[in-house]
Design a protein around this ligand. Structure first.
Ligand code: ASP
Length: 443
């Protein structure tokens, strides 16, 4: 059994968290390949080392002294090393980095050091080998992952049969220079390892016990999601439910490796399992997996008589949005009208130009722009086999006096999206949750 075990920054915030990690690793002999984020935040007053490193970089860019910020980073690592009675000469490494910062260092290399130092300390603490991500995680020049390279180097390492700790978040370009991923990228490193080492399970340890069916700031005590498919997760995280990096599922999409989201502070909680598909015979009567949403969309509605008989109208409108590089969220349509739904922030400075261009190129009878729209997605893999779900959602919103501004459904029928006014956002999520879950609980 091969498990990839990745720990996020809050699981590594101080010596006490390191002890919890060690306990978790030692309680299961298949936890032999460990990926770590940088030392993170133990509570909301704490800082993440990666943020502090970016802050140093911002100071350096404007030639402002950053020694105070660097001192905070230094102290975090020295404290952990001392509290755990480790021997790693962290001062020497920190001094070398400081000297390098005074001469020349790339942003990527600088911010990657958070993970590097954390992995160094964790490797000594666990008695595992340290593997530098720059030697095994390789990017192509276009930024994509060179899986052939990664697989060869990781397989070679695994043959040694030596358990190891590797820093997440970075790798190297073909010229050997360090390159980082987007923020939160250690989740992706874990996935790359899972893929290349043909793992049976990718455990992603964080500070929550997996995903909840709805945002707990909106719904009181929402139920945990025990199982979710990659596709459902994609829908929910796109709509704002964030526990795992959005791109972390891509490396393992074809290999069917499950990801288990687990809580370092509550290790006996089973968390959430993310799978590519559920077995047909697995007892699965969930109708709704989760509800998530985002505020602040705009809709540009275009009306033109006899539109249904003309050809190319939608294409012409979309090409206007393309020209202004605005990404389109949904295109609900009627017979002689359609709307283009986009994020308000993407059009707020250019909306007059967009409307003018549409007017010129489409000669519509009317264009209407409305803002303050929230999109709420109700996600569930079994919705397609249960008729009447959308009816229940719409009835619920009607009973709660919530005006539906638009409706959309993904082609794989795993979600139903409703657009409502921003002010009804929380009310809508709570009402849908109540209609499906509270009622079920009452029965
Ligand atoms: N330390 C990096 C960040 O804060 C990467 C990670 O934690 O995954 O974004």
């Amino acid at each position: 059994m091969i498990k990839i075990t990745k720990f996020g920054g809050s699981s590594l915030a101080n010596a006490q968290q390191f002890q919890k990690v060690k306990h978790i690793i030692e309680s299961d002999p298949s936890r032999r390949f460990v990926v770590v984020s940088a030392v993170g935040r133990a509570n909301k007053h704490d800082n993440k080392v990666t943020d502090l490193l970016y802050l140093c970089q911002a100071h350096m860019q404007y030639h402002v002294d950053c020694s105070n910020v660097y001192e905070m980073i230094r102290q975090r690592y020295i404290q952990i090393r001392n509290d755990l009675h480790l021997h790693f000469p962290i001062e020497r490494e920190l001094d070398a980095l400081w000297n390098q910062m005074k001469t020349a260092i790339s942003v990527d290399e600088l911010v990657s050091r958070g993970e590097y130092f954390t992995a160094r300390l964790m490797a000594e603490y666990l008695g595992y080998a340290f593997v530098d991500a720059k030697d095994v995680i390789r990017f192509r020049y276009d930024g994509s992952i060179d899986y052939d390279f990664c697989e060869k180097s990781l397989q070679r390492l695994a043959r040694n049969n030596q358990p190891f700790v590797m820093p997440g978040f970075y790798g190297s370009a073909p010229d050997g220079r360090i390159r980082v991923m987007t923020r939160g990228g250690s989740d992706i490193t874990g996935s790359i390892l899972a893929k290349c080492l043909h793992a049976d399970l990718y455990e992603n340890w964080t500070d929550v016990s997996g995903f909840l069916m709805a945002d707990p700031r909106i719904v009181r005590n929402p139920r945990p999601i025990r199982k979710i498919t990659y596709n459902e997760l994609r829908e929910l995280s796109y709509m704002g439910a964030s526990v795992l990096h959005e791109d972390a599922i891509f490396p393992i999409l074809d290999s069917n490796i499950p990801i288990n989201i687990l809580n370092t502070n509550d290790p006996d909680n089973p968390g959430t399992i993310i799978v590519s598909e559920l077995d047909d015979d697995a007892q699965d009567d969930t109708i709704i997996t989760g509800i998530a949403g985002k505020k602040d969309f705009s809709s540009i509605s275009i009306y033109k008589n006899h539109m249904s008989e003309s050809v190319g109208t939608v294409r012409k409108a979309l090409s206007v949005f393309e020209r202004y590089r605005v990404s389109i969220e949904h295109i609900p349509s009627g017979i002689d009208s359609f709307s283009v739904v986009v994020a308000t922030k993407d059009i707020k400075d250019i909306i007059y130009d967009i409307v003018n261009d549409i007017r010129k190129e489409l000669e519509p009878d009317q264009i209407k722009v409305s803002d303050e729209i929230a999109l709420i997605s109700t996600v569930g893999r079994n919705m397609s086999s249960h008729p009447g779900i959308s009816g229940r959602i719409f009835a619920t919103l009607g009973n709660n006096d919530i005006n539906i501004r638009m409706i959309a459904q993904g082609s794989d029928e795993i979600n139903i999206i409703v657009g409502v006014e921003n002010k009804d956002f929380e009310k809508t999520i709570a009402a849908i949750y109540d209609a499906f879950i509270q009622e079920e609980e009452k029965q």
